[in-house]
Design a protein around this ligand. Structure first.
Ligand code: 26Y
Length: 789
């Protein structure tokens, strides 16, 4: 390893060891690791070709990958070797690993899920490709200026990306706009604008390096030749225009996980990567099959939400316009290839495109969508329409074009059946299935939490890393004092490390013996960070009223970004920062209560925070969080959950046992009923002196003395239209927090409950999820390739 690192430093980077930066060492290490995986990767591809195995294509606008170097080293079993090599070379392995930029090609849960799935597809030896966009700028970088979120462009690609292989030979022409001619019963689309999609491949090698798949990300390039004539005339701007326009398509990740995009660029991005991916997989299929009618036997395409839903019409277009299949047959064939995962019920996140826009950008696809709509009506008169009120409903399109539609938790799946797609579900009663989300145990325990991971391996061996259900054996240790102490010591170590990091990055001293209470996720009203900060203020009030009472010291930790245009979410961030400033400087409460909100939450920060958490905040309004996956990561790392009966919380509670989970709040059904009660929010506030006091303080400017009316709108909104029922759940949340305080003060009981959580989380490995997709949706074999050499 040492030789290989030095060789890359010198031969690939042209650097001399004596004059190399941490960055150079990191790239050299990455290249050395990459070399080790290339053979596995080639062999997997060869085997897939030879056996003509069915392939899975996972189409996703987002892949929230994070850092790769440690992940790769861990999967190849090379962490110790790499560490030793760098140490011998006089380098600090941890600093080198931390030098890698966090690849944030996603917004949140859906993007991170895609990354976890890539790991498991490779670990299970399922031939698969992830397809997405190689955004030049991933999710924006967040800073706080006077407590307000400020966004700047993120630049993960300014340095060389050692993981990817550029494939200039893999190019597809992607058309936009123009018109469609029809003659002799055939359609001819003449796009007005064309860009090139070029491929960049990142190998994804699974656990123990036995199998490798490809993450293929598309980058946009101009299709036309450089305009030398303008250039020579001195009109440099005109000469560069087409290039700039083309590249815009893969320039930035759409930084929003809720609001309707409504932007032509977003539609172009969706079509750009979807079309390139479909053309690529068809080319691959046709390179060793003659009959396109066999496509469904060899190809399974999974749509990660509706963002790539144009895949349906695109497949139909290629099969009918270019391969001359009748339209109805093309529709049926496409359907047999496609699966659609729904990740949200929030009406504002369901994609709809105005027909005017869609027809302008994709005229042929609009015709095909009309044909699909008619086909559906002919087969199922009265079926919900794809085209309605001048809009194309992408959810309906994806549903109708998929042979299976899946929800991401049991509760979410039931709600998909009974709400957004109730009519389609009645017509297609077997189409909706449930595949509860899962997480990769490698990144989310083995690699991110060395103290706990080593303890578990000492106790039960290392088989749990590949088969997380093996953690069940730890249940026998919940009465073992010595083991519980070791378990608590591992948590304590993580908390100490986090406390050091918080001191360095936020300048706040926190006590590692306090309860670390963590809420990290996108900032959104339905996730109710607002309820958490209101509860923090209520707790602070009561601590100040009786500072000598028996309190459980707490550190409230927040992390998350707000969509740049989401005003209320940004106000919530501002409020958390304002409250933090006041509480952290209060000598009366001192170490009893601290509020910490490190800026720029990302995968790397999650890897730091989750192992150190005691309490996991999963407090969404019931019925709104489709699944959640952070909830799984916390419980696996031995945090107890305080949560509502929402998303996968329901299943987590079933697995860990209701006595090891702090449940509170209205159920999804009660939420719907409560909204029908006139004046429910005002009534709840008036019935709660505690909440009234907190809201009064915030509205009066106690936390924003420089601008006393800053939160009038936010507080007023709670009185008048508290859609997410913060007010209704507040008291039960507060009381449950105090119950958690009590249990935490009795440390050994807490540790036993936490251990039950870790021991019971095996089912939430994405191993189980991927096997479920393979069996129920893709009809592919999850081959156990553990025997491969
Ligand atoms: C239309 C567009 C702007 C848009 C972009 C991103 C809409 C939605 C999204 C992202 C949604 C998302 O991340 N959903 C989350 O998916 C996770 C994985 O299934 C769930 O665990 C989580 O509950 C859900 O909010």
């Amino acid at each position: 390893m040492k030789e290989e690192i030095l060789r890359h430093l010198c031969k690939s980077l042209g650097k001399d060891a004596a004059h190399s930066s941490v960055h150079d060492w990191r790239v050299a290490l990455s290249l050395a690791l990459r070399d080790r995986m290339v053979d596995h990767w080639f062999r997997s591809t060869r085997e897939t070709y030879e056996t003509r195995a069915k392939r899975v294509y996972y189409l996703s606008m987002e892949f929230l990958i994070g850092r790769l170097v440690e992940d790769m080293a861990a999967n190849l079993g090379l962490v110790e070797e790499a560490r030793a090599a760098l140490t011998e070379l006089g380098q600090d392995y941890d600093a080198v690993v931390l030098n890698e930029p966090d690849a944030a090609l996603g917004n949140g849960g859906l993007g991170r899920l895609a990354a976890c799935f890539m790991d498991l597809l490779a670990s299970l030896g399922i031939p698969a490709y992830g397809y997405g966009i190689r955004y030049e700028h991933g999710l924006f970088k967040q800073d706080f200026v006077d407590g307000r979120q400020v966004e700047t462009a993120e630049t993960w690609l300014t340095q060389r990306n050692p993981w990817e292989f550029e494939r200039p030979e893999v190019q597809f022409r992607i058309g936009f706009g123009g018109h469609v001619d029809h003659h002799d019963g055939k359609a001819y689309w003449h796009p007005w604008e064309t860009v090139l999609a070029t491929a960049y491949d990142t190998p994804v090698v699974g656990w123990q390096g036995k199998w490798g798949n490809t993450l293929r990300l598309w980058s946009a390039r101009p299709a036309s030749k450089f305009d030398l004539e303008s250039f020579n005339r001195g009109d440099y701007l005109a000469a560069g225009r087409s290039e700039a326009l083309a590249r815009t398509i893969s320039r930035v990740l759409y930084p929003d996980d809720t609001t309707e995009a409504g932007k032509e660029l977003r539609l172009k991005q969706e079509y750009f990567f979807t079309a390139a991916s479909i053309m690529d997989l068809l080319r691959r299929f046709l390179s060793d099959h003659d009959d396109i009618r066999e496509l469904p036997q060899y190809v399974a395409i999974q749509l990660n939400d509706t963002h790539p839903a144009i895949a349906g019409p695109e497949l139909v277009r290629l099969m009918s316009d270019e391969h001359n299949l009748p339209m109805d047959e093309a529709i049926e064939l496409a359907r047999r290839c496609l699966g659609y995962t729904n990740h949200t019920l929030l009406p504002e996140a369901l994609e709809r495109w105005h027909v005017g826009l869609l027809g302008r950008v994709l005229p042929r696809h609009l015709e095909i969508i009309r044909a699909i709509d008619e086909d559906q009506q002919a087969r199922h008169p009265g079926s919900p329409r794809i085209l309605e009120h001048d809009h194309v409903h992408m959810g309906e399109l994806a549903f109708i074009m998929a042979h299976k539609v899946n929800g991401v938790s049991a509760l979410h799946t039931e709600l998909v059946k009974s709400t957004v797609f109730s009519d389609l579900h009645r017509i297609h009663p077997t189409r909706i299935v449930n595949q509860t989300n899962g997480i990769t145990p490698r990144r989310w325990l083995h690699t991110c939490n060395a103290p706990l991971s080593n303890l578990i391996t000492r106790e039960i061996g290392d088989g749990w890393v590949a088969d997380l259900e093996k953690l069940k054996a730890l249940n026998q240790r919940t009465g073992d004092r010595e083991f519980l102490d070791a378990f608590s010591a591992a948590k304590r170590q993580n908390k100490t490390e986090l406390a050091d990091w918080i001191a360095q990055t936020c300048g706040i001293a926190v006590d590692p013996d306090a309860m670390f209470d963590v809420q990290i996720k996108r900032i959104h009203e339905y996730k109710r960070q607002l309820m958490n900060i209101l509860e923090t203020v209520a707790l602070w009030n009561e601590m100040r009223d009786a500072p000598d009472a028996e309190w459980t010291p707490r550190v409230k930790i927040f992390g998350g970004k707000a969509a740049p245009g989401y005003h209320v979410a940004k106000q919530i961030i501002h409020l958390i920062n304002d409250v933090a400033r006041v509480i952290n400087n209060d000598p009366v409460t001192g170490d009893l209560l601290k509020v910490v909100f490190p800026a720029n939450y990302n995968v790397t920060m999650a890897e730091r925070l989750i192992p150190a958490a005691d309490l996991s905040e999963q407090i969404s309004t019931a019925g709104k969080e489709a699944s959640g996956t952070g909830n799984m990561k916390f419980a696996l790392n031995g945090a107890l959950t305080i949560g509502t009966l929402d998303g996968a919380n329901v299943e987590i509670r079933e697995h860990v046992g209701s006595e090891n989970f702090f449940l509170f709040g209205l159920t999804a059904r009660e939420v719907v009923e409560r909204r029908h009660v006139h004046g429910y929010a005002r009534a709840a506030i008036e019935a709660s002196p505690r909440l009234s006091r907190v809201l009064g303080q915030i509205a009066d400017g106690q936390f924003s003395p420089e601008d006393s009316s800053r939160y009038h709108g936010l507080v007023g909104g709670l009185y008048d239209h508290d859609y997410f029922l913060v007010t209704c759940d507040f008291d039960s949340y507060f009381d449950t927090q105090r119950r958690a305080d009590q249990v935490y003060r009795n440390g050994s009981n807490w540790a036993a409950m936490a251990l039950r959580n870790t021991a019971s989380m095996g089912w939430f490995s994405s191993d189980r999820t991927i096997r479920g997709y393979a069996r129920d949706i893709w009809q592919v074999d999850a081959v156990d390739r553990a025997g491969l050499e």
